[in-house]
Design a protein around this ligand. Structure first.
Ligand code: AMP
Length: 284
């Protein structure tokens, strides 16, 4: 595999992008790449002529007091992973390249779906995320863009943005990649102490327990998941919800069909999220 072209400026990127003639996939990341990101690149590689990876830690989607300043920065090993997975072009701009005029006045609004769950805990997060995703899609001009189901609300909002704003790109979701013991891979897992990591396992265990109860209806799913979390008092649960995957509204007891069981909790100093799509079945 040959090393990808690495562009830091808009001119370098435009020059390299102009040479790619065919279907182009983009995988957007904030760096600190792991096997989850690698899987996105592989999926993109399999279905497109070219793969572009963006590495940009977007200040706009971090609120004051969040972890922007301590977020891991590992460009050298990120580029090794991009090369190993066969990326053709990496765009790794600095904030002043992406925002040459400072903070943008005109932004994308996530609307009501951006104010619940993650949006309730992180006001403005999804507007900042969608604004940079929109900018990067405009800069890259891809055929397809790949995002992880790990960030289910983000994926949903990006799909909605593309549809609501008639953006000429296909948004592709990729299932969550996990460690052998179930922990969802995340760049933020490096913040976890060995003990925190043990505690953090309760998130994926709760989701599994909820999934196992899927044929007994929503209340049983919620009860089974909550039962796991209450036994781990060191995980400070922000939310545990069973929602409609399109509206993000809590599903009623009579609901049957596709749902999303999602959890967010603070473990040590780290806020973690996880989710599992499931089909609620059984008799009414
Ligand atoms: P991030 O660098 O955290 O912004 O993530 C970049 C992309 O990788 C997003 O589309 C994430 O949803 C996706 N991603 C992060 N972790 C995972 C994972 N464990 N499995 C699948 N996709 C992931």
């Amino acid at each position: 595999m040959s090393a990808p072209v690495v562009a830091h400026t808009r001119a370098e990127f435009a020059d390299a992008r102009a040479k790619l003639d065919g279907s182009v996939a983009v995988v957007m990341t904030m760096g600190a790449l792991h096997e989850g990101h690698a899987t996105l690149i592989r999926e993109a590689r399999a279905a497109n002529d070219y793969v572009i990876v963006t590495i940009f830690l977007n200040p706009l989607q971090f609120a004051a007091g969040e972890d922007l300043s301590r977020y891991p920065r590992t460009l050298t090993s990120d580029l090794e992973i991009c090369e190993r997975e066969g990326a053709d072009l990496v765009f790794a701009p600095s904030p002043d390249v992406v925002y040459p005029d400072g903070e943008p006045g005109v932004r994308i609004s996530a609307g009501p779906l951006g104010t619940v769950l993650e949006g309730a805990s992180r006001p403005g997060h999804f507007d900042g995320m969608l604004t940079v995703v929109n900018k990067l899609l405009n800069i890259v001009g891809p055929t397809r863009a790949y995002y992880g189901q790990k960030d289910a609300q983000q994926l949903l909002l990006i799909k909605r943005m593309a549809r609501d704003l008639d953006m000429p790109v296909e948004i592709v979701g990729v299932p969550t990649v996990r460690e052998h013991d179930g922990l969802a891979l995340s760049s933020r897992n490096v913040y976890l102490s060995e003990h925190d990591r043990e505690v953090a396992l309760c998130l994926s265990k709760a989701l599994k327990a909820g999934e196992a109860a899927r044929n007994s209806g929503p209340a049983a799913v919620r009860r089974a998941a909550r039962e796991v979390l209450v036994h781990e008092p060191l995980a400070l649960v922000d939310y545990l919800v069973l929602v409609d995957p399109v509206t993000l509204e809590q599903v009623p007891e009579y609901f049957r069909g596709e749902a999303l069981l999602a959890v967010a909790a603070k473990v040590g100093t780290t806020r973690l999220i996880d989710n599992i799509p499931l089909v609620i079945g059984g008799d009414r």
